[in-house]
Write a protein that binds this ligand. Structure first.
Ligand code: SAH
Length: 345
């Protein structure tokens, strides 16, 4: 009963202490877990209705200068055949995505130092030719680059903090600093980007306390979007023999995040769909209100291998649009017709 009262308090006040969050993360009883998911689903419905926003992702380059321990794109992976799409191809694919009905195009890549002016040009061209929101997800760049892209018309920026455990962050991201990441998230938001963060669930050495801190950090930073996905070990990384994150812990973190941040956009992540055939459906019923289908040209998809067994590697953009529409309708939900901008503005 005590646990249910913590859930009820979160529903009413959208606030919990770190200890209370940890207690919810420790729920094992099936009935109480169901209660948590149901309450998150109710909060989602109250603030977002039945709309599910689709964000079409173009993975435009798999080159990366970083060596993040979990990621298949890490510099140290010599097996991966890398690619980088040409400027005009990115614009063409984005416009095709808009034709398929996507109201948001996400441009994502490894950290390959893709020329900042080129990215600005791509943003301007897409904006001039189509009515769509543009989200950039290209990692840590200079403040000047971020400013340039904002001025070019980019609407949103995604930069997951990955883990709020500073020591763990340091260990998993050689040569990078946790503070740099947080500083950028704050700067991006100040610049006027609708800003997204997120974490990875089940990283080796990650504690429940630090997962609670992740959620409190989302709240402190008032993140417009929050991507919560399970860790999936990749063969060509130092973490290849570690266990993957669980569906259950991912759903718990997602549901608690929904209770504490009712206004934020929460995707049912592709990573969750990759470890469980119904992962995205489960997430959509535990607080999520966004899906991010891949719209990268098919021939490149298998080469953007952040983690193995990623779903939708063979499909074409149009197939994914149809498939995901079917999934959403089967849950009694609808594909949103608006852009799904931040509800904080
Ligand atoms: N370079 C960009 C895009 C990174 S890929 C950036 O830094 O923002 C997008 C996300 O994939 C990452 O933020 C990370 O959370 C996730 N990811 C990478 N490797 C993963 C793995 N092995 N398992 C689960 N998620 C992973």
């Amino acid at each position: 009963m005590e646990i249910k009262s913590i859930i009820n308090k979160a529903v009413q006040e959208n606030e919990l202490s770190k200890n209370e969050i940890v207690k919810l993360l420790q729920i094992e009883e099936e009935e109480i877990l169901e209660y948590l998911y149901q309450q998150a689903d109710k909060v989602r419905k109250k603030y977002h209705g039945d709309d599910v926003h689709l964000r079409g992702i173009i993975e435009f380059s798999s080159y990366c200068k970083r060596d993040c321990y979990y990621c298949g794109l890490r510099k140290g992976n010599n097996v991966l055949k890398r690619y980088q799409l040409k400027t005009e191809d990115i614009i063409t694919q984005a416009l095709e995505g808009v034709k398929l009905g996507y109201k948001t195009i996400v441009l994502q890549s490894g950290e390959d130092d893709y020329d900042a002016e080129k990215i600005a040009y791509i943003v301007k061209e897409i904006k001039a030719k189509a009515d769509t929101a543009i989200t950039l997800c290209v990692g840590e760049r200079s403040f000047d680059d971020y400013r340039l892209w904002k001025e070019a018309g980019a609407d949103r920026y995604l930069l997951k903090h990955e883990t709020a455990d500073k020591d763990l962050y340091q260990r998993l991201h050689p040569g990078m600093k946790y503070e740099d990441r947080i500083e950028r998230l704050i700067f991006l938001k100040e610049l006027g980007f609708q800003t997204g963060s997120g974490n990875i669930i089940g990283l080796p050495g990650q504690s429940q306390e630090s997962l609670a801190e992740d959620i409190l950090l989302f709240k402190e930073l008032k993140m417009d979007m929050i991507g919560i996905g399970p860790f999936i070990p990749h063969q060509e990384t130092p973490l290849k023999d570690e266990n993957k994150g669980t569906v259950e812990m991912t759903l718990k973190v997602l549901a608690i995040t929904r209770l504490l941040l009712p206004l934020s956009h929460l995707p049912a992540t592709t990573a969750l769909g990759s470890i469980d055939n119904y992962g995205r459906q489960k997430a959509l019923q535990a607080g999520a209100n966004v899906v991010m289908p891949n719209i990268t040209a098919s021939k490149y998809r298998s080469r953007y291998e952040i983690y193995p067994a990623k779903i939708c590697i063979e499909e074409k953009a149009a197939d994914c649009r149809q498939c995901i529409g079917g999934i959403i309708n089967s849950l009694g939900r609808i594909v949103a017709i608006d852009r799904g901008d931040s509800l904080y503005i």
